[in-house]
Design a protein. Structure first.
Length: 470
């Protein structure tokens, strides 16, 4: 083990150990406080990352299982939400393997996109089409971005040479779009499912697929539509007119050849999955939950030979998320059932005095708190799994409209990651290309978060009132 890894590992071990041996705070049971120590160990391990998230998780739960009831440490792996995240992330592989994602992009770009701004909107449309059924926005970005980067390089814009000509704009926009489409659909990224699960468990707010979409379609839809234009204005590319890019796109389609049988089958399954997520819970006698639809989607891709077992076990990102999330969620659920978050919320309420404020003011304060702490997290899902239980418990001590709290925090779990260049896997992927500086990522991201805040507070809240969500 090198010195750097050892230094990172020290706080992961020493801080939870100190919590374990210190006097138990008044109002908590010793066993609850020991679970807190496990929780802090997991959180520190995922944030500091002496090893990768799943390795840290396996080490911690392996050691802690000797001192804490294994039913607590392993319980998260039995939840339907953990398996749902795994299924939708694996299904995403089908769009890469078959080439359907590329084909959709090439066909759109053949017909549109003669200007840089138009190209930006094509990027938005491609990502939007894929987002309902690709539960990892990082994986989705790995489908979309290479196509548009090829266009930038085709006009001489590379990370080393003239990045601001076109490539920097597309790179910046890719991440903004990725998070905007991720917010629009419950199945747009794995974090959404975590938020929905916590909202159901702690706030008794049911954010099923259709409820999420109805709430998001107007405010999140406006943010999405404005994104290419706003980024174009604040991070304008030097090249405005692209000329005719049709030959480049046609060449790409020719290299792919005719649409394969697997692509046609996947297209049908894709549409059926979206319909299932939208209307499945309303079907009498069946009640197709989003988890059932996700697994049927995955099962059919295997049945028709679109994916095979090697594809399933080869989707490392999906299994990585499953390993650390399953443990994290299980421990967080144990803390919730033992009253820890209620206790912590009361402690915080003693300092913040939110119960004395107007409900909407309290809601906005909770939202701003959630954004302020984003700079301390390198994983979007880890942030939600660790910090949202505290915010939800705190919300229950206020006059805040609980459904509004759940919705705003759910949507800004995505937008909040725009504040830094490390807030989400897709951002790390795009930042690593070298097209954009860290300063630009933070500046443009902060502007987009500001745009989203204005739209959700000025348009989203009245819209939710009109459609009866609160």
């Amino acid at each position: 083990m090198d010195k750097k890894t050892l230094l990172k590992l020290c706080p992961v071990i020493l801080i939870p150990l100190a919590l374990w041996v210190m006097p138990v705070p008044e109002g908590l049971k010793p066993e609850t406080w020991h679970v807190v120590a496990l929780y802090i160990a997991l959180l520190l391990g995922i944030v500091i990352k002496p090893f990768s998230e799943p390795v840290v998780t396996l080490i911690i739960i392996g050691i802690m299982s000797m001192f804490i009831d294994p039913k607590i440490t392993y319980a998260g792996y039995g939840t339907d939400m953990a398996w749902f995240i795994l299924a939708v992330c694996i299904v995403c592989t089908a769009f890469v393997k078959t080439g359907l994602g590329k084909r959709i992009a090439y066909n759109l770009l053949t017909r549109f996109g003669k200007t840089s701004l138009g190209l930006g909107y094509m990027l938005m449309i491609v990502d939007l089409i894929l987002s309902p059924a690709t539960g990892s926005n990082t994986s989705r970005t790995s489908i979309d971005y290479p196509i548009f980067r090829n266009i930038a390089e085709g006009v001489g814009s590379t990370p080393e040479k003239e990045p601001r000509k076109l490539g920097a704009y597309l790179t910046m926009l890719m991440y903004v779009i990725s998070m905007s489409t991720a917010v629009l659909f419950l199945t747009g990224m794995a974090t959404n499912a975590i938020t929905a699960s916590l909202a159901q468990k702690m706030l008794n707010v049911n954010l099923d697929w259709m409820t999420w979409f109805k709430a998001a379609v107007v405010p999140a839809g406006l943010v999405l539509i404005l994104s290419p234009f706003v980024v174009y204005k604040v991070y304008k590319p030097e090249l405005k007119d692209l000329g005719d890019i049709k030959p480049m796109m046609k060449k790409g389609l020719e290299e792919m050849g005719p649409m394969k049988k697997e692509e046609k089958i996947l297209s049908v399954l894709f549409v059926l999955a979206i319909i299932g997520w939208m209307f499945g819970p309303q079907i009498p006698f069946v009640s197709l939950t989003m988890q059932i639809v996700a697994f049927v989607f995955l099962a059919l891709t295997l049945l028709f030979g679109i994916l095979n077992w090697n594809d399933v076990i080869g989707e490392k990102g999906a299994w990585n998320t499953f390993i650390w999330y399953g443990s994290f969620y299980g421990v967080a659920s144990a803390l919730a059932s033992q009253g820890f978050y209620t206790w912590l919320a009361k402690v915080l309420e003693g300092y913040l005095k939110l119960s004395q404020l107007n409900g909407l003011v309290a809601t906005i304060i909770l939202l701003l708190i959630s954004l302020a702490v984003r700079y301390f997290f390198v994983s979007n899902s880890a942030f939600v799994a660790s910090f949202y239980p505290v915010l939800f418990a705190l919300a229950l001590t206020t006059q805040a409209p609980i459904t509004v709290v759940a919705l705003l925090l759910a949507f800004f779990a995505g937008y909040g990651s725009l504040l830094t260049h490390y807030g989400n896997g897709a951002r790390i992927y795009t930042f690593a290309t070298g097209y954009c500086t860290q300063k630009d990522f933070w500046r443009v991201g902060t502007i987009m978060v500001g745009v989203a805040l204005v739209i959700f507070l000025c348009i989203g809240l009245p819209y939710w009132k009109v459609i009866g969500l609160w």
